[in-house]
Write a protein that binds this ligand. Structure first.
Ligand code: ZN
Length: 295
């Protein structure tokens, strides 16, 4: 199949509320692998969402997930220690069900299965599904419209670092809500565009992940989108990832390099301390919410 990536980049209105009055938030430099040199992050004045435009269309987005994309590889990707800690709760009852949307290679599901959850994974990548099945968990290729789950409800649905990759986030969240059991919870984590590391590293921040990340949330825009999908937040917290800080610094070094980045990138202690400080000031790399259906 002959694809011309440059021809399949689409301009978009706000994917959160369809507003077309967005303004430029950040100009992204051309990226050798993307064949696209004028992408921008746009900020919506209504719902505050920041989004990539132009962005790769759904037809070509798969081109940017190479076969060695780490979250899809068995043995190459383990959920971050902190995320694991937060998701390590035992099921509320015997046979409680958990669906992980964007399950990757299944490392997280394996852990939750061991805790007693009845688990199922969904992912758009065939490689990821093969790895998850090999790891011993049930996983299906596709999304919430998969016929095998049409009648299924889940006590917990997790979307870990997934929402920011989606072309139709509100529609996906509505579909997720429809699959919640009574008193079911949905747990979502996304990068935080208001984080201190973003302010420092801008386009080199790990949460930019151009052009795979299409959406960039702050606490307010995440809450706005959840409300639009008929979900209300029970808990919101910020999660520190000192490894993100180090990797962002290394990205910055690769692109231009200056002393301060080098210092952070090379000193584990330094990045941990700065990440801790970001935590105290509520400007962490990631936002995590627990939500449920609105009354
Ligand atoms: Zn909007």
């Amino acid at each position: 199949m002959n694809l011309d990536p440059a021809a399949d980049w689409e301009k978009t209105d706000c994917p959160g509320c369809q507003c077309n009055r967005g303004f430029v938030f950040l100009n992204l430099k051309s990226n050798g692998g993307s064949q696209q040199n004028s992408a921008q992050l746009i900020r919506c004045p209504d719902c505050q969402l920041v989004y990539l435009s132009p962005r790769p269309s759904q037809k070509i987005i798969g081109l940017f997930y190479s076969d060695d994309y780490a979250p899809h590889q068995a043995n190459k990707y383990k959920p971050h220690k902190k995320s694991s800690k937060e998701f390590s709760s035992s099921p509320p009852r015997i046979n409680a069900t958990l669906l992980d949307y964007g399950c990757g290679s299944g490392a997280f599901l394996t852990k939750m299965k061991a805790l007693g959850w009845e688990v199922l994974g969904l992912d758009s990548s065939a490689n990821a599904i093969s790895a998850a099945i090999a790891a011993g968990v049930k996983a299906l290729k596709g999304d919430f419209n998969h016929p095998e789950i049409a009648q299924m409800k889940f006590d917990c649905i997790t979307m870990r670092q997934v929402l920011e990759h989606l072309h139709n986030p509100v529609e996906t969240l509505i579909n997720a809500r429809k699959h919640l059991a009574i008193k079911g919870r949905i747990s979502i984590s996304v990068p935080n565009i208001e984080s201190l590391p973003f302010r420092w590293f801008k386009e080199n921040w790990l949460g930019i992940d151009f052009p795979r990340h299409l959406l960039f949330f702050n606490p307010a825009s995440l809450e706005n989108m959840l409300r639009k999908a008929g979900l209300k937040i029970k808990e919101m917290r910020q999660v520190r990832h000192s490894s993100w800080l180090r990797e962002s610094a290394l990205n910055a070094l690769n692109s231009k390099g200056f002393g301060f980045d080098r210092w952070i990138g090379s000193k584990k202690l330094g990045s941990s301390a700065i990440s801790l400080w970001a935590g105290f000031t509520h400007q962490c790399d990631c936002i995590q919410v627990l939500a449920e259906e609105e009354d």
